[in-house]
Ligand binder design. Structure first.
Ligand SMILES: [Zn+2]
Length: 165
């Protein structure tokens, strides 16, 4: 039976609900690379691949045999469905302000970079159309809220993961 995991919109915190703490940590097993990326898109600290349960962190796995209060066993489903399952089980509500606040490759928080410093590092059309850019301090990858980011955000809103803005 398919159970709706999240109401599409939550303006206020309900009892038992936690708002997204940017330091909330998830460790994911080797099967869950796509899910790790989606968690990072939402700004969560998501380490991948991980082999064992670490202190003060959730361990997300497809292994049905693991038993530990920190373990979240995800179903064999699409990464978005798995994401919804995690949020439902932990009661954590993603913060839309943390959308794309973390490097998708390195899992470290990105920082804003002055526009003049990225001239020549992005296509001219991207440079002229955007004013705010972020850079990963670890790998140097640049992030901006272009059409691709908007599409991802819309998908998260439509699936009920992020509240509509
Ligand atoms: Zn990076």
């Amino acid at each position: 039976m398919q159970v709706p995991l999240m109401s599409p919109k939550r303006e206020t915190e309900l009892p038992g609900e936690k708002t997204h703490d940017p330091d909330e940590g998830f460790d994911l097993d080797g099967m869950l690379g796509s899910l790790a990326k989606w968690l990072r898109i939402l700004g969560f600290d998501a380490r991948f691949p991980c082999k064992k349960v670490a202190q003060d962190r959730y361990f997300v796995t497809t292994n049905r045999k693991l038993k530990n209060p920190q373990v979240i066993k995800v179903r064999n489903a699409s990464p978005i469905e798995q994401l919804k399952q995690i949020l439902d089980q932990t009661g954590i509500v993603p913060n839309s302000n943390l959308f794309l606040s973390r490097c998708l490759s390195c899992n470290v928080p990105v920082r804003e970079i002055a526009k003049h410093r990225i001239k020549g590092r992005v296509p001219d059309s991207v440079f002229s159309r955007n004013s705010i850019f972020h850079e990963c301090p670890s790998c140097g990858k640049l992030y901006w809220e272009g059409t691709h980011a908007s599409r991802i955000k819309r998908r998260l809103e439509e699936s009920g993961v992020l509240a509509k803005t």
